[in-house]
Write a protein that binds this ligand. Structure first.
Ligand SMILES: [Zn+2]
Length: 108
């Protein structure tokens, strides 16, 4: 009988999202509670990331971030914990993306 290993992370382990520009490889990290207001690459390469002024994709990403934030935390009084399954071969992203626009957000 074949067995399959599954890998999970707790929802509370997701802290934010990172955008990498395919054109200039700059990266932008946002915390889950941050707003996504940008339209173009923030590093100044002028690559358009989202349609302006309304972007269904940007709204969808922000909605995902909001939903992750709303999942019960381990310390909540819920009688269950929520885990997200990730690919068995998932590995941390490459760290060579330029950090020029890396945003360290502790406020908001
Ligand atoms: Zn760029």
């Amino acid at each position: 009988m074949a067995s399959q290993e599954k890998h999970y992370i707790e929802a509370s382990d997701i802290l934010g999202v990172r955008f990498d520009c395919k054109a200039c490889r700059a990266s932008l990290s946002l915390k889950l509670w941050d707003d996504i207001k940008l339209v173009k690459c923030p590093a100044g390469c002028e690559e358009t990331w989202f349609e302006a002024p309304k972007s269904p994709l940007r709204d969808s990403i922000k909605s995902f971030m909001d939903h992750v934030l709303s999942l019960p935390r381990p310390e909540s009084d819920k009688k269950f914990r929520v885990y997200l399954e990730i690919a068995p071969d998932a590995a941390p992203c490459d760290k060579d993306a330029r950090a020029a626009t890396e945003k360290e957000s502790g406020t908001g």
